[in-house]
Design a protein around this ligand. Structure first.
Ligand SMILES: Cc1ncc(COP(=O)(O)O)c(C=O)c1O
Length: 461
């Protein structure tokens, strides 16, 4: 829909509704407020990770079952946050519970390999078409080790990433994310900027960024770096950006990136920490039909236990196998995590599960689109597999530049408050998308659409 057809939403109305909904949420979550005071004594900001921080207090949860979670005040909510997209199998899935209980009885950690690790490796190789695998315990560990393997393989230190993409919290990837629009820099060669303190400038200096959906500027940047004797070891990217809502690859983009990296001898890493297992059995690699040299997984892999993996070609695996690069970790392949992962892959995330997720997401996206049309809102619904969002923007978002230029943070905040106050638990980061689980039903996604409808009505009335 063209921007001119849409209603202009009164900013004062947004502010007024935001105040009303904030008061309502504070009233509904007083128990969380009390817990926050207790938590704040010895937990920094009262939370385990800064991504859980929220003013005036975070919402503390007590339990979850299937598609629902409950907070400490007893509020029952459909979970569309799903642990930043980790719980695509739903909460307390019996198959995973059974595997974990069984494994617990047999001992949970040896720092020695177990059979489940082999079965999981076989299945990941089948799903991704990459022959060699290693395990980690998180997405950050996966991207950190993948980059180290690429550096060890090529003997080069510099890396290329997509501007605005999040790949975890180790120094090398905490660059050029969450940047204000006026700090992005020129489109062809955007700035390299540390994300927060404590990141050495010498690390930032090894990281270059280009914009998503622009293969031409990627190749130009690579050629310019080559001329300076700074050819990157790898390109690390998400095949579909999942930290600006959802930004899908334009037709031909991933194929072009594959071709460019292959021609220049640069390792292509698809960070599938979010897309892997959530948008198809074989993640973005399967869904978009382009195979990288390496894949990083975590989040939904472990069925709720901390678990990560790196898939790679035979050639790349040589530098691990011959001891050139240390890919190590006490808890890598932890038996409890591997048992949960095996059950997750073999019993939960089956072909039927992906058919169900696609059905639900189509219904949800369609429902949101019809609300947008009915109220002439400026925005669109976009998603793939279990993931999606409503993007409040008059034009299509294709990269970080267009995202930041068009971002309507106030409306995204209001949508989050409406959801939280009406039984929809959403990710606290307002740039996040929803993740459905295999236990969600038509009824759960219709509940989401009904809340969106109510907000649209209130905004336009
Ligand atoms: C694409 C991507 N890669 C890596 C990570 C880091 O994963 P973790 O938080 O498990 O370290 C994230 C986390 O949100 C992510 O979205």
């Amino acid at each position: 829909m063209a921007a001119t057809d849409t209603v202009t939403i009164d900013r004062e109305r947004i502010a007024e509704l935001t105040q009303r909904e904030t008061d309502r949420l504070n009233e509904l979550t007083k128990g969380s407020g009390e817990m926050f005071h207790r938590a704040n004594r010895h937990l920094a900001s009262g939370v385990a990770s800064s991504y859980q921080v929220r003013e005036p207090w975070p919402i503390y949860l007590s339990h979850g079952a299937g598609p629902k979670v409950w907070d400490v005040d007893g509020n029952e909510m459909y979970d569309f946050h799903n642990g930043f997209g980790s719980m695509v199998q739903g909460h307390a899935h019996p198959a995973i519970g059974h595997a974990v209980r069984e494994r617990y009885e047999q001992g949970t950690h040896f720092a020695a390999p177990t059979e489940d690790a082999i079965v999981v490796g076989d299945e990941l190789a089948r799903r991704w078409g990459l022959p060699k695998w290693r395990y980690t315990n998180s997405g950050s560990e996966s991207t950190m080790d993948a980059i180290r393997i690429a550096r060890g393989f090529t003997g080069r230190d510099d890396i290329l990433k997509i501007f605005g993409s999040y790949h975890g919290h180790h120094d090398t990837v905490m660059v050029s994310i969450g940047v204000e629009y006026d700090k992005i820099g020129p489109h062809e060669a955007p700035n390299s900027i540390a994300y927060g303190g404590g990141i050495p400038q010498s690390t930032v200096d090894h990281v270059f960024a280009v914009h998503f959906n622009d293969a031409e500027s990627m190749e130009k940047r690579i050629e310019a770096l080559e001329r300076e004797g700074r050819k990157p070891a790898c390109v690390i990217m998400e095949a579909a950006m999942m930290n600006l809502g959802v930004v899908l690859p334009e037709p031909g983009y991933l194929e072009a990136v594959r071709d460019i990296t292959a021609r220049h001898g640069i390792v292509l890493i698809f960070d599938e920490v979010k897309t892997g297992l959530c948008i198809a059995a074989g993640g973005a690699t399967e869904r978009f039909g382009v195979r990288p040299d390496m894949v990083t997984l975590a989040k939904a892999l472990g069925g709720g236990l901390p678990s990560g993996a790196i898939g790679m070609t035979e050639e790349l695996a040589h530098v691990v196998e011959d001891g050139t690069v240390y890919q190590v970790g006490t808890f890598n392949g932890n038996p409890l995590g591997m048992a949960a992962t095996r059950a997750n892959l073999s019993e939960v995330l089956t072909p039927d599960a992906y058919r169900h997720l696609d059905h639900l997401n189509d219904r949800l996206l369609g429902g949101c689109e019809s609300v947008i049309e009915r109220y002439n809102l400026s925005g669109y619904a976009v998603g793939v597999g279990s993931k999606g969002c409503v993007t409040f923007s008059p034009t299509k978002i294709i990269d970080y530049e267009t995202f930041k230029y068009n971002q309507d943070a106030a409306l995204a905040e209001l949508a989050w408050l409406y959801n939280m106050n009406r039984g929809i638990f959403m990710t606290p980061g307002r740039e996040e998308e929803w993740t459905l689980s295999v236990t969600h039903t038509d009824e759960s996604v219709d509940a989401y659409v009904a809340v969106f409808d109510e907000m649209a009505k209130d905004l336009t009335s």
